[in-house]
Design a protein around this ligand. Structure first.
Ligand code: UDP
Ligand code: MG
Length: 318
């Protein structure tokens, strides 16, 4: 029997994009079947869409038995959708792709060759341009990648997409990471394995619009930092220590000044400023601790990462 590639496609309100995606991926599958004799399965994850996404997927599933679907009970986010896909996939090689064709299907051939011929465990993709993206967003994205690579030991590549083809072995390692606060870009790097990076120019969505608002992206980047670095906690303690030392020196200066000059009460405004500054910094540091505590709290609840409402597939774990 020939090998199988599983394509995982998280979909959230993608009714306009799915038909284009389906046509493009079936074309690519046909090419790869003749070239490498490899079969495909497509796992569409309907992440609680409010439009016709699920019905469209079902209509494809009716006449194409390669089409599998999992529909969530509500919107759980792309991370949860990808995790569900990885758990359900039965392929020897597993790819994750967006439904909007921003991840070019033609690259699957070179990705497959990287794994089979070059002996890599994973062929990942990276956008070399951020064309078509608002400049402010690109700026903050760049800052985020610089920062997180400095303060964490997970290798997180700037411009890396979630679009990648992985071996079964690597996917099993990822499935073993059952954390609730998922940040896949970090998880992929953390599990290691030999990864080859393929580059491509950014393309715009075929239909629909991006599901990521600036606010969502900002919160996601905080998740990433908290999930893969404890550096902010160390920074909070260092700031606390510095302020203690400063306060100690100031006290010494005050005492000697009073003893020498008998200084009356003076400098009330400066005192107010200092109180404000110090209490601000304290609250900020407590906030950092609070963020970690909140994440720990959520992890300890051990809630499921996603809940399935319906599916046409048994999967290998469920
Ligand atoms: N997506 C999802 N759940 C969400 C948000 C997005 O499954 O809550 C899917 C979406 O349907 C798409 C992919 O994740 O297939 C990437 O989303 P999008 O294209 O909006 O992100 P961008 O390419 O702009 O980063
Ligand atoms: Mg997109």
């Amino acid at each position: 029997m020939s090998n199988i590639i599983s394509i995982i496609v998280p979909c959230y309100n993608e009714e306009d994009a799915i038909p284009c995606f389906y046509d493009a991926i079936t074309d690519q599958s046909k090419n790869m079947k003749t070239k490498y004799d490899i079969d495909f399965e497509y796992i569409f994850i309907d992440d609680g869409s409010r439009d016709n996404t699920l019905n469209i997927i079902k209509s494809y599933a009716d006449h194409d038995n390669r089409v599998k679907y999992i529909s969530f009970s509500r919107n759980f986010g792309k991370e949860a959708a990808m995790y569900a896909g990885l758990e359900y996939a039965i392929g020897d090689y597993i790819a994750i792709m967006d439904a909007d064709l921003q991840d070019p299907p033609y690259m699957l051939s070179s990705m497959y060759e990287s794994i089979v011929k070059d002996g890599c465990d994973c062929a990942a993709t990276r956008r070399v341009t951020r064309k078509g993206e608002p400049p402010v967003r690109s700026f903050f994205a760049r800052c985020f990648y610089k920062l997180i690579n400095k303060i964490s030991n997970a290798d997180i590549v700037d411009g890396a997409r979630d679009y990648r083809l992985m071996t079964r072995q690597m996917v099993d390692a990822i499935i073993d990471m059952k954390e609730y606060n998922r940040f896949s870009k970090g998880i992929f790097g953390w599990v290691g394995f030999k990864t080859k990076w393929l580059e491509f120019e950014n393309t715009e969505r075929v239909a629909g619009e991006t599901k990521w608002s600036f606010r969502k992206l900002f919160l996601y980047s905080l998740d990433g930092i908290i999930a893969f670095s404890t550096m902010p906690l160390a920074i909070a303690s260092v700031i606390g220590m510095l302020f203690c030392i400063m306060a100690f020196i100031l006290i010494l200066i005050m005492i000697s000044k009073t003893l020498i000059f008998g200084d009356p009460v003076a400098g009330y405004p400066s005192l107010v400023c200092i109180i404000f500054l110090v209490s601000g910094i304290q609250t900020f540091c407590v906030g950092i601790v609070g963020q970690y505590l909140a994440k720990t709290y959520l992890e300890t609840k051990k809630r499921p990462i996603y809940i399935v409402r319906e599916s046409n597939k048994g999967g290998n774990t469920k």
